[in-house]
Design a protein around this ligand. Sequence first.
Ligand SMILES: Nc1nc2c(c(=O)[nH]1)N[C@H]1C(S)=C(S)[C@@H](COP(=O)(O)OP(=O)(O)OC[C@H]3O[C@@H](n4cnc5c(N)ncnc54)[C@H](O)[C@@H]3O)O[C@H]1N2
Ligand code: MOO
Length: 422
Amino acid sequence: MSVSCFDLSPKTLSLNEGRQQLLDQIASATPPEHQLCHIEQLSGKVLAEDLISPINVPAQTNAAMDGFAIQIPEGQGALATYKRVGSAFAGKGFSGVLNEGEAVLITTGAPIPVGANTVVMKELCTLDGEHVRFNATEQVKRHDNIRQAGEDLSKGQVALTRGTRLRPAHQGLIASLGLEQVEVYRPLKVAVFSTGDEVVAQGQPLPAASIYDTNRFSLIALLQALHCEVIDLGILPDQEAALAQGLSQAAQQADVVISSGGVSVGDADYIKSALAQVGETAFWRLNIRPGRPFAFGYIHKTDKTQALFLGLPGNPVAVMVTFLQLAQPALRQLQGEQNWQVQSLPAIAAETMRSREGRTDFHRGIFSVNTGGQLVVRTTGSQGSGILRSMVEANCLIQIPDPIARVQEGDLLIIHPFADLL
Ligand SMILES: Nc1nc2c(c(=O)[nH]1)N[C@H]1C(S)=C(S)[C@@H](COP(=O)(O)OP(=O)(O)OC[C@H]3O[C@@H](n4cnc5c(N)ncnc54)[C@H](O)[C@@H]3O)O[C@H]1N2
Ligand code: MOO
């Protein structure tokens, strides 16, 4: 990918300023290449072409109910009795022409016989030898239970637009067009690693003052949910040279490099100085909590292009919050998705919540619908940025924007449901 140079900014940015800088850079990046993808593999991919329907869906006007096809002339009602003249099944229609006063037994999906304009549900009919009697003619309306050819999609219509993230319904719709493969953007390659001398891999003993590597696995799962191709680079030590080498090697293989830890101002935080050796930092501090030490920049590749770099903070909740709020929209835009914005909904606070003037807070919340049909939200208890349980129990992030310092019960808030990703 190729990006233009950053305006280096040493100041702490607001969430919106940081996100905007990030997205502006991505908007100037070269879009990913596309590739043909078979229909069975489409789930979660991003469509790279406008799909024009080559046919009418449904192809023929057909019955929406099992019953009898009849003709009702304009301005008239149904008769009490019709003569049955044949049958129409899905896949094998009635070959004759239906006249007024005649009925054809029809199954759901079968083509409407020539001459018919109405289907009466079987439940309203009694078959008496050659005759079909309607028990309640007043319930039969002209044009009832007819599905028009092309009422789902008409031939030549744009069925799906470029940049659509393909979910199960999209896959079904593409299948209904008879297409076996379509163009999608190639998966984004994202390299991920953890940093920290105290961070230990699973399966190893846990020495004093150490912690098992949590972040890499949350990140890998989040990236998989976004259908990225993940390059797992393990754990790197708190050493500037090793981190610079790790960043550079990661960038050769990936479009985006994501690390966690070592990005704050501690004496063992080397991510920013390592990045300075192999790339550039655009900003590394945001007025948000958790996630204040969030770095964004790029790393030079040997082919003169750049990989984007996202340096997430070490605390496990800060990793997930910054991923959801910053990395996620950026990656979605980079993947070519049109609808990349973080989903937001209004909800009523079910309890008091604290924040601080001068920053945006993200609490972990549980939203539900109250008896009045309104969305309400409460927090998941302790909100420390090392308390991953607060995230596990949540189904949304609650955003408390600057300058609100205290949310009262009953106040209106913005929440970001996890539904899309978690
Ligand atoms: N003087 C200041 N100190 C700190 C600031 C600050 O602004 N000024 N910011 C605090 C905030 S907020 C955060 S968040 C952390 C982030 O710092 P780092 O990104 O440098 O992260 P580390 O110091 O490496 O680690 C922080 C914390 O997270 C644990 N950790 C790290 N990696 C992992 C991992 N892969 N799995 C599980 N846990 C991990 C690490 O052991 C630390 O406990 O800085 C504050 N300090
Ligand atoms: O902002 Mo830090 O990310 O609270 O823990």
